[in-house]
Design a binder for this molecule. Sequence first.
Ligand SMILES: [Zn+2]
Length: 259
Amino acid sequence: MATYFILIDGLRPDVVPDNCPNLAALFARGASTLRARSVMPSITLPCHTSIFHSVPPQRHGVTTNTFTPFARPLPGLMDVARAAGKRCGLFYNWEQLRDINKPGSLFRSVFIDNVETMSGDDEMCDVTVPLLLADPLDFCFIYYGTTDTCGHNHGWLSPEYRAQCARVDKLVARIVATLPADGHVLVQADHGGHDRTHGTDQDADMLIPWGLAGPRVKPGYALTEPVSLLDTAPTLAYLLGLTPDPHWEGRVVREAFID
Ligand SMILES: [Zn+2]
């Protein structure tokens, strides 16, 4: 049963209803919230390290966009999945994300250095879709970063930013169209943004959309319990039939599931 995890960098929840019709439709057929919370500092690499390792930056020690080896190593989601024999893929256009898993955890990794170009995510999608169709994976992480680039260049909630969110929203539909009927997809952001930046603890930076869809997920369900970035790895592990690492601090978002 294939599971996709799509992350849209710097996607604020308040643009989803007006500018992301495909994402809004996906959330409407699954379980979602527009009030999930990021971690501090609300910066891309610390957030991604927390997403995949289910511990806050204070624990993993990655507090900037420069990776530093963990003082006390723990396995991430990809590492746990690989150890259980799952075939994992990583499709991304911001190279710092290469450190979200240990070497040897991936079956397939596709990186293109194009996150500064507004057509970059489209190019990533063009490459990703045929690969997903030709050789399905158990789990894949698909990262789109141009929304964050656009936020820094033009400002969060600017017309340009909203247009870029709408552009990437179309890619969500293209990726989800490749998912088998028994597959699941989680879509979320890592952080929000304000003015031309992010990284603070204000709601504009900390609130993110988070939504899960698939046959095991309650349809049209608005999550009521708090959801954190730390809950992503345990929830995906639950979907994949994996045992969460005992060091992980997040929880399975059980409220989202029928079973
Ligand atoms: Zn950024």
